[in-house]
Design a binder for this molecule. Structure first.
Ligand code: QAP
Ligand code: CO
Length: 173
């Protein structure tokens, strides 16, 4: 499966992702192809819609203290629902679909998540720290929401200007 990252301002990032109902070989093939792409592109999280598959599936691999992402730390999250959330935390986020731009975003600090794994089994996860932030960032993708949508009006304006300038530079090469 040949996947590539859909980048802002591509309208496909604005679709609402659909619930997964078949936990079949097609789903497994997609997840299996997303993982190496995420690692190659230095990502820690990737939603299926970012590779043009608008389904409620996402993967995460949060680096450990050594900055490594061993395969056994891969999380595959299907049809996630947040059942509890608390606190507030601010983190400088980025996104593979918004390359080379980072800005502070406010999120819940802690959450409890219900989701399904690749075989359709129900799982529960308690998350805080970067994992909690990443889950919320990736779940926003399922609703067509990007982290830049959460910026203040003035920061968003600054982003649009910088991003357009950067895209012009990228077209030259
Ligand atoms: C979402 O983001 C996230 O601009 C995952 O040039 C972000 O993996 C979760 C990336 C912050 C938690 C905190 C971005 C790679 C990767 C770039 C990513 C880039 C290369 C972003
Ligand atoms: Co993202």
């Amino acid at each position: 499966m040949n996947l590539s990252i859909v980048e802002y301002p591509d309208k496909r990032l604005r679709e609402i992702s659909q619930e997964v109902s078949s936990f079949d070989a097609d789903l497994h093939r997609l997840l299996d192809a997303m993982y190496p792409l995420m690692i190659e592109t230095n990502g820690i999280g990737l939603a299926a819609i970012q590779v043009a598959h608008p389904i409620r599936a996402l993967i995460l691999n949060i680096p450990n203290e050594e900055g490594e992402q061993p395969d056994e730390n891969l999380l595959e999250i299907i049809n996630p629902v947040i059942t509890h959330k608390e606190g507030e935390t601010v983190y400088q986020e980025g996104c593979l679909s918004v390359p080379k731009f980072y800005e502070d975003v406010s999120r819940y600090e802690r959450l409890i998540l219900n989701y399904q794994d690749r075989d359709g089994n129900t799982q529960t996860l308690e998350a805080d720290g970067l994992l909690s932030i990443a889950i919320q960032h990736e779940m926003d993708h399922l609703e067509g929401i990007l982290f830049i949508d959460k910026l203040s009006y003035s920061r968003r304006k600054k982003f649009e200007k910088e991003y357009k300038r950067m895209q012009k530079e990228r077209k030259k090469v």
